[in-house]
Ligand binder design. Structure first.
Ligand code: FE
Length: 166
């Protein structure tokens, strides 16, 4: 019985989704990646990094990068790029702008997550529920969808990553 119950509680891992062409290693460590002057409407993304059993992972490494509100990446510098580590409760917090889709892509935020130093890196992309471009984006995945709600002068979304630990 116990074993069965444990199995039922297992979470669906966050899907791995391709890195794309715009990743840059060595991003600055910061939670606010929308520097002053970055174009776009305010967005806060927060949540936890969990293992498949739902246990919060403290000090998980996370790296985010994305396009701005015009669908443009900063490939010369590190605008809208940053890495951080989850806190002791496995929580992360990202202050950014809502990205706009470019070419045939739906709006998305790229992320890499490494649960522990010995874990593989999960590379994925997060999408926005209800966006009309999701339907025609070939790498859209409904398991990587965020639900935005109005918050102060912008929006906020909550997303828990379920990351591999080994
Ligand atoms: Fe992209």
């Amino acid at each position: 019985m116990f074993g069965r119950k444990t199995l039922e509680k297992k979470r669906v891992p966050t899907p791995a989704i391709e890195e794309g062409p715009y990743y840059k290693p060595n991003s600055p460590e910061r939670q606010v990646i929308a520097e002053p002057g970055v174009y776009g409407s305010k967005l806060i993304v927060e949540g936890r990094v969990l293992d498949v059993y739902g246990k919060s992972i403290a000090h998980a490494w996370m790296d985010f990068w994305q396009a701005d509100g015009k669908g443009q990446y900063d490939n010369a510098d590190f605008k809208l790029r940053g890495h951080q580590f989850t806190d002791k409760n496995g929580r992360y917090y990202l202050e950014t702008v809502r990205p706009v889709g470019y070419e045939n892509r739906a709006p998305h935020i790229h992320a890499k997550v490494r649960a522990t130093e010995n874990s593989p890196i999960l590379t994925t992309q997060l999408f926005f529920a209800g966006d009309i471009k999701n339907a025609t984006d070939l790498i859209y995945d409904e398991l990587a969808v965020m639900y935005a709600r109005k918050f102060k002068d912008g929006e906020k979304v909550t997303f828990d990553f379920v990351a591999p630990t080994e």
